[in-house]
Design a protein around this ligand. Structure first.
Ligand code: PLP
Length: 381
């Protein structure tokens, strides 16, 4: 990381772990096409299959099918675009790679805490007589709110339907046990926890019939043609071996996340931490600064050398209110004041202190109605 800069945007992507970069470089040192029958090809195949096993182990999905893709986005598309004979139900807070993969037959609402409305799910599943594929993410990328997936699976399976979960943000940040969850399809990706970008995976129970969209060679069980990205797959496999360690380190950082939230609330009680009434990932905080728009905040923090992101999605040059915050019922003038802070394993208390001081400085200048306590005073309180 560049000295002096603070990176608080780990839900967007993370710095690659040095040992992952080293393993990838080593993998790139030889020609590696896993479909070739000669010694080079066989070694490439061994590397790919070793990574596959490591990843399946990391989510307790031994014996399931795993298809490597170019991203979490592609894995979501592979899961959701192939099943024509079922009705598609997406939660309202899914990532755009789910929401835009297909037009859903119905959208499942969430409560004001950002948790899926299970009663609404029951009604929708009944309306479609159980012939459904339901996609509910394990943890949300903007708020970090963890969804009651085991309950979702129980409801949908009891009616005869299937469940896909986008676990891109959950993977490596909370325990993910695919067999215990009994979910039918799961998407994961490597780059949110120190792995490479440009590689993802769809994991599915053996009996799920998938339909690939990329035609050509017979790679990945004929579901995803194209020579495998061996180096990235090796990096993914290494990250998979480290998920427990990664989780433990993030759990330590939950303390500094919680202290940050308490400090900001002590500066002004009107500060809102969205989704904080629900169970959340240990690294994510969606913070509303009263009276100050998120784009003003982003600029301010950027000038201060602190990288955070807004809850708004910037598409075709215009900043739109986040669909996640909208689905939680937030008024537009509140949602547009939300920023996301997402910590990584290497962040430190001193960085949080700098952020809180900078936050307080902007708030005092642009949002406060009366003199706010300093962040040091707020921290003691
Ligand atoms: N799903 C969620 C919840 C995400 O946060 C992201 C990335 O931000 C994706 C899917 C897409 O993953 P990828 O960047 O690997 O395409």
């Amino acid at each position: 990381m560049r000295p002096g800069l603070i990176y608080f945007d780990h839900n967007a992507t993370t710095r690659m772990k040095p040992e992952v970069a080293r393993a990838m470089l080593a993998a790139m040192d030889q020609p590696r096409n896993p479909s070739s029958v000669h010694a080079f090809g066989r070694e490439a195949r061994r590397l790919v299959e070793e990574a596959r096993t490591r990843i399946l182990d990391s989510i307790s999905a031994h014996g399931y099918q795993l298809i490597f893709t170019s991203s979490g986005t592609e894995a979501n598309n592979l899961a959701l675009r192939g099943m024509k004979q079922v009705k598609l139900l997406f939660s309202a807070i899914e990532h755009v790679s789910v929401l835009k993969s297909q037009e859903p037959d119905a959208v499942i609402p969430v409560t004001e805490n950002g948790v899926i409305d299970l009663n609404a799910l029951v009604n929708l599943v009944n309306r479609f007589e159980g012939k459904v594929l339901v996609s509910v993410m394990l943890a949300n990328n903007e708020t970090g709110v963890i969804q009651p997936l085991a309950e979702v699976v129980r409801i949908v399976h009891a009616a005869g339907g299937l469940v896909h979960t986008d676990a891109v943000q959950a993977y490596g940040k909370m325990p993910v046990d695919m067999k215990a969850l009994d979910v039918d399809l799961m998407t994961i990706s490597a780059h949110k926890i120190g792995g490479p970008q440009g590689v993802g995976a769809l994991i599915a129970k053996k009996n799920i019939a998938l339909k690939g969209e990329i035609r050509g060679g017979g790679q990945e069980l004929g579901l995803r043609a194209g020579t495998e990205n061996v180096a990235a797959i090796v990096g993914f496999g290494l990250v998979a071996m480290q998920v427990d360690h990664h989780m433990q380190k993030l759990r330590v950082n939950q303390m500094i996340r919680d202290r940050m939230e308490a400090t900001l609330k002590a500066i002004d009680p009107r500060v809102q931490i969205l989704g904080s009434a629900a169970e959340r990932l240990p690294n994510t905080s969606c913070i509303v600064m009263p009276g100050v728009k998120s784009d003003t905040q982003l600029m301010h923090f950027d000038l201060a050398g602190i990288a955070v992101s807004s809850g708004s999605a910037c598409s075709s040059g215009k900043v739109e209110t986040s669909h996640v915050l909208k689905a939680m019922g937030l008024a537009a003038d509140v949602a547009e004041n939300a920023i996301r802070v997402s910590l990584g394993t290497e962040n430190m208390q001193s960085e949080i202190d700098r952020f809180c001081a900078s936050w307080r400085e902007l708030f005092q200048r642009a949002g406060a109605k009366e003199p706010a306590p300093t962040y040091e005073e707020a921290m003691v309180a």
